[in-house]
Design a binder for this molecule. Sequence first.
Ligand code: ATP
Ligand code: MG
Length: 401
Amino acid sequence: MEMSSEFEWDGVLAAYGEIAIKSDVVRRRFVRKLMSNIATGLKSLGAEFKIRHKWSRIIINTPFVGEALSLVSRIFGVVYASPFKLVSLSELKDFIKSSSPKLLENAESFAVRVRRTGTHPFTSLDLERELGAIVKEETNLKVSLDNPDKTIFVEVRDDECYIFMDKFRGPGGLPLGTAGKVICLISGGIDSPVAAWLMMRRGCSIMPLFAYFPRGGDESDLKRFIEVIKILKKWHIGEEMPVYIYKHEHNLIAFRKIALKYTCILCRRMMYRVANELAKRTGAKAIVTGENLAQVASQTLYNLRVIDQASELPVLRPMIGFNKEESIRLAKKIGTYEASCMRVTSGCTPIKGCWARPPKPVTKAELEEVLELESKLNIDDLLNRSVESIRQLPDSYFKAS
Ligand code: ATP
Ligand code: MG
């Protein structure tokens, strides 16, 4: 993250967006959670800091400005963050005079933007002009109101003046942990980590669940999953994120024997059932997947309806309407893309795609047919084996390597 010059800032100021339009009670609760998420993140950095809420801004005083900035831009609810300097109104002009050469280093043109609240004998525009003239005198730079190389923002609130330059975009959305818990079925492919991130951005605390079905000792999917989780954990600030894995292989072996072209359908239904069981134990209120309409054979409307029927809880699919390139763009932004595309092989057989996938998976599944097939299997028994195999992966798996 590149900041303007080597300037000594007082800390980081964070602005939130959507939270501001909530009712009073909700807003207070959301702001409290936003602040506590930021504080949790800063504590984990071992940074010294003080945090307060003032004038719809979160103000963090800390000497670790770069670290705080990079943390705050991963906090859901934050729309932008800026390093700031706080001076009193009586010091403002002197400060601008002495600091503008440094603040505007390498710029050819500049603008000053003032926002003001409180009672003052001048307007924002008056102050903009006055400060602009001082800067021009000190630096000899061109004023450009339309397209300045750099802008000095000044927010005057009564006697306090916050000065900042660069606005670093945050993810926006709502504070993590304000919208309840969800189980995310995450494969380590491109879509499901993005789906999980989108739910986090809407305030959900997530619990990833991975269906483990290696064949011939190929752990590629598991490795990708672990790498992807490491990245998601960097965003999951302020709530625990337990990560679960369960054994799915015996299910696929059983399905393939009797239901070749229906294997994918039965597989998904089983994943949902296991996810529902885990949700019951953990208090999660929905299941999240990376399914995307018509991207692969198993994701037609017919099939989605048939697999949904196996889930008691709502199945949320934030990626349903995404185009492939949109998923990729977002995955790159989040940081999971590389891990999702990682080519890892172990054991003897590098496996392309899912080994259990039939040559021609059904695209128009019929619920009656699926129920008929399942009645020939001991689904409860298969499910029990999977549920009994659920275990939480220790944190040591996700330490930065
Ligand atoms: P992804 O990119 O997320 O793998 P996809 O478009 O490749 O999705 P599928 O592989 O058919 O689609 O999987 C559909 C969804 O099922 C995934 O998005 C994910 O939510 C879930 N899923 C698939 N494989 C696993 C797995 N091994 N463990 C947990 N969930 C899985
Ligand atoms: Mg996949």
